[in-house]
Design a protein around this ligand. Structure first.
Ligand code: PMV
Length: 312
C-alpha cells in the first residue's frame, strides 16, 4: 500500500522586510502549487531511499550526511513515530512550486514527506508536529529561519507572524483570489535584507517610520481579511508597495508588473518576499483574474499562478 502527503507553496502578503525589525507580517498558503511525497514499500532489507525528481537527488537514508535536509526530515519523523530507523521504503518527492523564488518550496517538500510518513504509519499528523520537523530542515538551509515558511505550509492557512512570538493562524472572512507573477529574476533575500540594513544605518529615522507604517498596514490587512473587506486590502497592498519602493527593494521590472496588474483591474498589487526580483502579487476577483494574468504576461512575467486563499 502506498502513502502520500501534500503541502502548499506560500507567499508573503504584507510586511516583508519590516518583519526583520519586529513588525508583524502575514503569509498565506498557495494551494495551486503543491509538493507531493509518496512512499512505496520495497523488498525487505533494501533500506530507505529518497528520490527528489526536481533537484535530481537520490539519497540513501543509511548513508546520507547528517545535514542532508531530506534525510533529516525522514529521520526526525521516523524517530518521532518510534519507527525503525531504515525502513524498506522508496520515498519519491515532486513539486511544482517554483524553487528559490520565495514560495517556500523547500519547506513544502519537507512537510509533504512528514505527512506521507505519518500516513504510512497510520498516525494523525498535527500541523504543529509537521511544523516542528520542517523548521529543523529549514535551519539547515537558512541558519535561523523566521518560522514563516514552516508554519504556513504546515497549517495551510493564513499566518500572522511577529519575531519572538508564536506564529498565529487566522481565518479569512471570505475567500479571496491572488494572481502571482514570477518576474523570472531571482530574489536574493540575503542581499536585499543586507541592503536594507545598510541604508537604514544611514537614515534611521526615516526607516523607523516606514517600518512602523508597514507594521500598521499588516494590522489593518489582517482586520480587512478577517472581515472580508477586499477593497481595503487592495489599497493596503498599494501603500505597502510604495513603502517597499522607499526602502529600496523594488525594481523597474517589478513596478512594470504592478502597473500592468492595476491597469488590468487588480484591486491592488505589490512585490512579495525579499524583492529585487521574485514575485509580484495582485488582489483579483473571478472577473479580473484573467485580464490581470494576461497583463502580467504582457509586461514580462515568466509564469503566473492564480490561487484562492481561504477556501477549504
Ligand atoms: O523571500 P521570502 O519570501 O522568503 O521572504 C523574505 C522576507 C523578508 O522579510 C525580506 C526576510 C525575512 O527573513 O523575513
Amino acid at each position: 500500500m502506498s502513502a502520500v502527503g501534500h503541502a502548499p507553496g506560500k507567499v508573503i502578503l504584507v510586511g516583508e522586510h519590516a518583519v526583520v525589525y519586529g513588525r508583524p507580517a502575514i503569509a498565506v498558503p498557495v494551494w495551486d502549487t503543491v509538493a507531493t511525497a509518496t512512499i512505496e514499500e520495497c523488498p525487505a532489507g533494501s533500506g530507505c531511499v529518497i528520490i527528489a525528481h526536481d533537484i535530481d537527488a537520490q539519497v540513501e537514508l543509511l548513508h546520507a550526511e547528517t545535514d542532508n535536509p531530506l534525510a533529516l526530515v525522514v529521520r526526525l519523523t521516523l524517530e518521532k513515530l518510534n519507527l525503525e530507523p531504515n525502513p524498506a521504503w522508496r520515498i519519491e518527492v515532486s513539486s511544482d512550486i517554483p524553487i528559490a523564488s520565495g514560495m517556500g518550496s523547500g519547506a513544502a517538500v519537507s512537510a509533504a514527506i512528514v505527512r506521507a510518513i505519518y500516513q504510512r504509519a497510520g498516525a494523525d499528523a498535527s500541523p504543529d508536529d509537521v511544523s516542528r520537523v520542517v523548521y529543523a530542515s529549514e535551519e539547515i538551509h537558512h541558519g535561523t529561519p523566521s518560522g514563516i515558511d514552516n508554519t504556513v505550509v504546515s497549517y495551510g492557512r493564513p499566518v500572522w507572524f511577529k519575531l519572538g512570538e508564536a506564529p498565529e493562524v487566522f481565518e479569512t472572512g471570505q475567500p479571496f483570489m491572488l494572481a502571482i507573477a514570477d518576474s523570472g529574476v531571482p530574489s536574493p533575500t540575503r542581499e536585499t535584507v543586507a541592503g536594507v540594513r545598510n541604508r537604514r544605518e544611514r537614515d534611521e529615522a526615516a526607516y523607523l517610520s516606514w517600518f512602523d507604517e508597514i507594521g500598521e498596514i499588516a494590522h489593518r490587512a489582517r482586520a480587512a481579511i478577517e472581515k472580508g473587506r477586499m477593497q481595503q486590502l487592495g489599497e493596503l497592498f498599494n501603500r505597502n508597495q510604495e513603502l517597499l519602493e522607499q526602502i529600496g527593494v523594488s525594481t523597474q521590472l517589478l513596478q512594470r508588473l504592478i502597473r500592468a496588474a492595476n491597469r488590468a483591474g487588480a484591486s491592488g498589487a505589490k512585490l512579495s518576499g525579499g524583492g529585487g526580483g521574485g514575485n509580484v502579487i495582485a488582489l483579483v476577483t473571478a472577473e479580473t483574474a484573467k485580464p490581470v494574468a494576461d497583463g502580467f504576461r504582457a509586461a514580462g512575467a515568466r509564469n503566473v499562478i492564480v490561487t484562492t486563499v481561504g477556501s477549504d
